[in-house]
Structures are given as structure tokens and as C-alpha cells.
Design a protein around this ligand. Structure first.
Ligand code: NI
Length: 268
């Protein structure tokens, strides 16, 4: 049966809070203050592999009304990304979808990825995005090598397809008026926040300021029987400003996103 947009986001959220209990806790924390949360965007990660790449993703997302409206590159992370929205429906959460550019990796990482993606036969589907792990698991040492070169690749090799994060629209909060107040509350509640470049990514001049937690950890068994906790997913907070035409800015800022990606880095 075809999934509609609401069913997609419900299924996506349910999978997300299974691996990201902090998101459910923070949602409860905000709800008890009387907040009704609005989701600014969700993010996904993939490899630039035929049937799984951004071109494929664009087709999949079109089935629930999404259209790409911007694209970005992250040269130092070997990534590119598209931003998607539903034309004519500003209430639909935006989708930020990135892909790892395999040709920019070293030979060893590329060959590890080739082993991981070897079982893939059919194309990615919409249902897959709400939680699926179609890869061959890496060994613990393959995972470490991969994550040393690209934390993004390490994450994708263990977590597969699901929302990498959901994002609270701070504009829609009534009891907290700014990203600073959100950060203050989270610190007071002992949540670990991403400090890359400071708690707040971006400035009002960028028209988008963001903050995020550090990803939760989840038990993962590698193909060689070794097991450890690996980073799962995190929660993000975004405040948008009006552009010069008086319209709320809807895009993404590569500098901000570059720092937000590091919310799933292994913590020492
Ligand atoms: Ni984000």
C-alpha cells in the first residue's frame, strides 16, 4: 500500500524515538510547558550509489509531494545535499537529504563501503526511509577505519536508513522566545549539546540559527561478533528569520549544516 505523507512522518518519528530516547524526553519536556511542537525539517543520509543516490531520492520524495528547491556541497566532508519542500504547503516539514561522494574517499574506505553495499539489489523505497538496514554489517575494525576517514560513513554503515534528526521549529514555540532560551533549558536539564563552533550555528544575518544535541548511543553488533555503542540520532532546534522580502527564510546554511553533521561523531 502506498504511504501518504502523514503516515510517512508518523512511521519515521516512531523509529526515530526508538533509537533516540532523548528526543521523546525533550518533546515531553516541551509539551509539559504547554508547547505544541512543529517540525522544521528531518534529515537523511545515503551513499551516491545508483538506486540509492539523490536522484533516486528525488523520485521517491516526489511520491509524497516533495520537490528539491536547493542544493549544497560540503567539500571537507565529501558530501552533497538537496533540500526538499512541498510546493504550496509551508506546513510540511522540509527534508534535508545528503549523500557521500564515494570517489572522494581513499581506496581503503571505498573498498570497505563496496563490501557493505554488496547485498543491495533493489532500489531504495519510501518505506525503507522510515527504518531499514539493507547493508552487510562492517567488522568493528572496518567501522573504525571508515569513521576515522568519514564519521558520516561510519554512521551510515551502522544506522542505515532512518531520520538522522528531527528539528523543533523554535519560531513556533510560545514559552521560549529564542534559540538561546532553548539552549539554556537543555543545559539546565543536562542534555549534551553539539559545541562545534559554539552552541549556536549561524547568525541572524544568515537568516537561520540552529543548535543540536549530541546523538544518543545504541548497541551495535559488528559482523565479527564484537559489539559497542555507536552514535544513533540527535535532536535539532532551528530559528528562522525573515529575508529582505519579508518572507521567512526556508533554506539551509552550509556552514551551519557542516557543524550539525558532527552531532553524530564518536565521542571520546
Ligand atoms: Ni538539520
Amino acid at each position: 500500500m502506498l504511504m501518504d505523507r502523514d503516515a510517512f512522518f508518523t512511521s519515521l518519528w516512531n523509529q526515530y524515538i526508538r533509537v533516540t530516547p532523548q528526543a521523546n524526553d525533550i518533546q515531553t519536556l516541551l509539551s509539559t510547558r504547554g508547547e505544541c511542537l512543529v517540525n522544521d525539517h528531518v534529515a537523511f543520509r545515503t551513499f551516491d550509489l545508483k538506486g540509492y543516490d539523490l536522484a533516486t531520492v528525488s523520485n521517491i520524495l516526489a511520491s509524497i509531494g516533495y520537490k528539491a528547491f536547493d542544493s549544497y556541497t560540503f567539500p571537507n566532508k565529501m558530501l552533497r545535499a538537496n533540500a526538499y519542500s512541498v510546493p504550496g504547503d509551508p506546513r510540511a516539514p522540509k527534508i534535508f537529504f545528503s549523500e557521500l561522494i564515494r570517489s572522494e574517499l581513499d581506496d581503503e574506505s571505498r573498498s570497505i563501503i563496496n563490501e557493505i553495499i554488496a547485498p543491495l539489489e533493489r532500489k531504495l523505497t519510501l518505506a525503507d526511509l522510515t527504518g531499514s538496514y539493507p547493508f552487510a554489517k562492517p567488522t568493528a575494525s572496518q567501522y573504525e577505519k571508515l569513521a576515522d576517514i568519514s564519521e558520516y560513513a561510519g554512521w551510515l554503515s551502522t544506522m542505515g536508513y532512518q531520520a538522522n534528526h528531527f528539528t523543533v521549529s523554535v519560531n513556533s514555540l510560545r514559552t521560549l522566545g529564542s534559540i538561546e532560551e532553548v539552549i539554556e533549558l537543555l543545559i539546565e536539564q543536562n542534555y549534551r549539546l553539539n559545541k562545534v563552533g559554539g552552541y549556536i550555528k549561524g547568525t541572524p544575518k544568515d537568516l537561520l540559527v540552529q543548535a543540536s544535541t549530541i546523538a544518543d548511543g545504541i548497541h551495535f553488533e559488528f559482523s565479527d561478533g564484537l559489539a559497542s555503542d555507536v552514535p544513533s540520532c540527535f535532536y535539532e532546534f532551528a530559528y528562522r528569520f525573515n529575508d529582505s522580502d519579508g518572507q521567512l527564510f526556508q533554506g539551509f546554511i552550509p556552514n551551519n549544516a557542516n557543524a550539525i553533521f558532527e552531532s553524530t561523531d564518536r565521542q571520546s
